[in-house]
Design a binder for this molecule. Structure first.
Ligand SMILES: C[S@@+](CC[C@H](N)C(=O)[O-])C[C@H]1O[C@@H](n2cnc3c(N)ncnc32)[C@H](O)[C@@H]1O
Length: 304
């Protein structure tokens, strides 16, 4: 049987077997959800490394949070983090560490990166980026690493099918957009991306989260109807079939209270439809889409 989603394998590559941690942290800015979901009582989210669930279950929030993951290794890790467990390094962090080592060849010396990350004036950051980091060698190397030819060595085809051919240039433009907007010094995502760790303690303790294993659509099909008033679904459709896209939309629609909000991220470029897109607000600097959808009626769907 063909899988509905490549995430089911628990691996990036088609040739490896799952069983290892993919994400030690999340690259999704849950402050967006925290703002959007204010006053909503039941939130469904994807567990991944636990960051979003734990942020939304903090004491100052007023939601019940259910966090689901199809990958048992991620789910166990997220649950442990909720109990105060230590942060671990996942496969995604190892790939990024390798890319950072290569960036040194493009002139990204640690002292220069440190100076950049301690800046808090976005206009100054952008000027610094253009002058010292966005070098010709960096652009060339980055675009090569993110070209279909190289990505195919690490990622299974379903994770790449939706990516534009010039993904490297598009991702550089997203980085630049974020650098020109979010002060680096207080941005944990900029530190994680460019430095590999965040130099201040990041709280992970929160009220209880209900951690559930398995596929998100299957879980939403089985929960009581009209149960959740907010959903944040990571980028789980990056790597899923069109059939799964339809199935997930139907499952969300069934599990949603009227007017429920749905946040869906994607590495793809914006769909061009008239949808609210918070990608520029996301301090992780990476996303093409952080779409905010409202479940109003039976026509609810996710754009490809
Ligand atoms: C979509 S991935 C992407 C990582 C994410 N952008 C981050 O920053 O952590 C996040 C998590 O979604 C889980 N996942 C993917 N498809 C899923 C599905 N259909 N149901 C439940 N979890 C899923 C993966 O196992 C992974 O742990």
């Amino acid at each position: 049987m063909i899988s509905e989603t490549a995430w089911e394998a628990g691996e990036f590559s088609a040739t490896r077997r799952g069983g290892r941690l993919l994400f030690g942290r999340m690259y999704e800015d849950a402050e967006i959800e925290s703002r959007l979901f204010r006053g909503r009582s039941r939130v469904f989210c994807i567990a991944s490394a636990g960051c979003t669930a734990l942020r939304l279950a903090r004491d100052d929030e007023d939601h019940e949070v259910v966090a689901c993951d199809i990958n048992p290794v991620q789910l166990a890790y997220a649950r442990q983090r909720g109990q105060g467990g230590a942060r671990k390094t996942g496969a995604a962090e190892r790939v990024m560490a390798q890319a950072r080592r290569m960036a040194r060849l493009a002139g990204w010396h640690p002292s220069r990166l440190d100076e950049f990350l301690r800046m808090s004036d976005p206009a100054g950051q952008l000027a610094f980026w253009k002058q010292h980091l966005d070098t010709r060698r960096f652009r060339h190397g980055f675009d090569l690493l993110l070209s279909p030819r190289w990505l195919r060595l690490v990622y299974a085809p379903p994770f790449l099918a939706f990516l534009p051919a010039d993904f490297g240039a598009l991702l550089r433009a997203r980085l630049e957009r974020g650098i020109a907007r979010h002060p680096n010094a207080a941005n944990p995502f900029a530190w994680a991306l460019f430095h590999g760790s965040v130099p201040w303690p990041e709280p992970s303790r929160s009220r209880a989260v209900e951690w559930v294993g398995g596929d998100a659509a299957a879980y939403l099909e089985s929960c009581p109807p009209a149960w959740f008033d907010a959903f944040t679904l990571s980028n789980i459709l990056d790597g899923a079939t069109s059939g799964y896209r339809v199935r997930l939309a139907q499952a969300v629609r069934r599990a949603a209270r009227p007017g429920a909000l749905v946040v869906m991220r994607s590495f793809a470029e914006p769909s061009g439809k008239r949808v609210r897109n918070c990608a520029a607000e996301d301090r992780s600097l990476l996303w093409g889409r952080v779409e905010v959808l409202t479940v109003l009626d039976d026509h609810f769907s996710f754009d490809a």
